[in-house]
Ligand binder design. Structure first.
Ligand SMILES: NC(=[NH2+])NCCC[C@H](N)C(=O)O
Length: 502
């Protein structure tokens, strides 16, 4: 812990960020595929009851965010949950958290790429009359073969990262305004044409459906950890960090609830193909649902890959639908950029600690970026994006996120016990309630994920343990007694998530 802090103290960044900038940062990283695309998934899983799912997911995130804030203020260094766990719970747990973060970030970048593809394809079609063949713009589970636009955007973002692109705070602010404007216009046009009958039946798939939708829609809220990684650059972190974290979360929650109400009220959100015998509906991102949607020419929000644009067109605002498509097309790449940047940075720190091959932390001589690992990440993200449905990717990513959130919540609890005297610029209020609630919430959401994602997570964790014991443990720098201070390296890559420059 002290070694990690010594590293951090050496590079004291100027404290420039206030509560407002932090909140913008949070919203910039949070609003994305979740609300724009997964609203349709949530509808298929819970019907109008998805309103409750949005609230549940928001609550779990709020509790986790409070725990993050304390860790981030105490250990304000790169690497996020991986570093926090390393400092508190040792190398093996840290390895598992880092390993889970790979699942989280790379797969999330894939999910957002697929979300981007849905909106851009819809925009080309409805705005410009360009019809692309479904075989080439949808993955095999959605009734196509390969999602080329999603691959394209993943490739483009990879290239931007290799040449060292950082997003300026101004660009981030502009994109936030575009996203918020798009959601606001949606709300203003959709909420007044609300038809209360669309809320009946409210929960056609019961509590189980609401839980499942909450586990998926959790994706829409993640990303606020971007705020916690900026701890070192924050003025008066004790006050501003919680405002940034909770503020961005609260704003997103309000927008999300209104958007969800708008979708349900204006176009209806009943799940398709409820089997009266089992009480289950068709699974989102399955060939069966794709076929059922094909039969009704995709005339339901649960069939749409661009739920908000589709809803607008459906209630007569065709051009507004296209503008929402344009907003998503412009703003989502920045979310992909933050995800992939975070991924490469975590790989980089793990490789630097000796747990992954040194080749991973190689720096490009001209661009000063960890190009090797960026390209490896980019290829993986492009492949996920090409072949898997957005909801499945989001759920898999969520499994990793939930694990990391739980680990951080446990870590804050542990360190309150083991090191109560340490200076904490921000203290989580009522930690002995907050942290257990966060942990329980993560467990609840985790077990509400679909079975495939849970099994995949367990396999991933098992592989992670094998790699650790067969490879990483014996090569660990800490394990071999090598202590280094890296942050001063002239070839250190830019800061972690968020890739925001002044
Ligand atoms: N760390 C993550 N898992 N981030 C995923 C963020 C996704 C973002 N909230 C969205 O809706 O697009």
């Amino acid at each position: 812990m002290d070694a990690i802090l010594a590293t951090a103290e050496k590079k004291s960044l100027t404290r420039t960020l206030g509560a407002f900038q932090l909140t913008m940062l949070g919203i910039g990283a949070v609003i994305g595929t979740g609300i724009f695309v997964l609203t349709a998934e949530a509808a298929q899983k819970a019907g109008p009851g998805m309103m409750v799912s949005f609230v549940i997911a928001g609550f779990v995130c709020a509790f986790a965010a409070l725990c993050y804030a304390e860790m981030a203020s105490m250990v304000p260094v790169s690497g996020s949950a991986y570093t926090y766990s390393y400092a508190v719970m040792g190398e093996m747990i840290a390895w598992m958290v880092g390993w889970a973060l790979i699942l989280e970030y790379a797969v999330a970048a894939g999910a957002v790429s697929v979300g981007w593809s849905g909106y851009v394809v819809g925009l080309l079609q409805n705005g410009l009359g360009i019809h692309l063949p479904p075989t080439l713009v949808l993955g095999p589970f959605d009734g196509g073969m390969i999602n080329l636009p999603a691959m394209l955007i993943a490739g483009l973002v990879t290239w931007l990262l290799v040449i060292g692109t950082r997003e300026s705070a101004t660009v981030n602010a502009i994109l936030v305004v575009i996203k918020v404007l798009a959601l606001t216009v949606f709300i203003i046009l959709a909420v007044p044409v609300m038809n209360m009958q669309n809320f009946e039946p409210f929960a056609p798939l019961g509590i189980g459906g609401i839980g499942a939708a909450a586990a998926s829609i959790f994706f829409a809220y993640v990303g606020f950890d971007a705020v916690s990684t900026a701890a070192e650059e924050t003025k008066n972190p004790q006050r501003n960090m919680p405002i940034g974290l909770i503020g961005s979360l609260a704003i997103c929650t309000i927008f999300y609830l209104l958007v969800a109400a708008g979708v349900i009220g204006s176009v209806g959100a009943q799940p398709m193909g409820i089997d009266a015998a089992t009480g289950h509906a068709l699974e989102p991102g399955s060939r069966e649902l794709a076929a059922a949607c094909g039969a009704i020419a995709d005339q339901a929000v649960v069939c749409s890959k661009e739920a908000l644009a589709w809803s607008m067109r459906e209630i007569g605002w065709t051009q507004v639908g296209n503008l929402i498509g344009l907003a998503a097309g412009l703003a989502l790449p920045s979310v992909i950029l933050m995800m992939m940047f975070g991924q490469t940075r975590i790989f980089f720190v793990m490789s630097r600690d000796g747990l992954l091959p040194q080749a991973f932390s190689k720096i490009h001589p001209k661009f000063h970026t960890p190009h090797v690992i960026t390209i490896i990440t980019g290829v993986a993200v492009a492949l996920f994006a090409a072949f898997f449905p957005v909801g499945q990717l989001a759920n898999i990513s969520n499994s990793g996120t939930l694990f990391a959130f739980a680990a951080v919540s446990i870590a804050v609890l542990v360190i309150r016990r083991t090191d109560p005297g340490r200076h904490r610029p921000f203290r989580t209020p009522a930690i002995f309630i907050t942290a257990p609630v966060a942990i329980a919430g993560c467990i609840y959401l985790f077990f509400n994920l679909d079975h495939k994602s849970i099994i995949l997570f367990l396999i991933w964790a098992a592989v992670g343990l094998l790699v650790y014991f067969l490879y990483s443990r014996s090569r660990s720098h800490v394990g071999r007694g090598i202590v280094e201070v890296h942050e001063d390296d002239p070839d250190a890559p830019p800061q972690p998530v968020p890739p925001i420059a002044e």
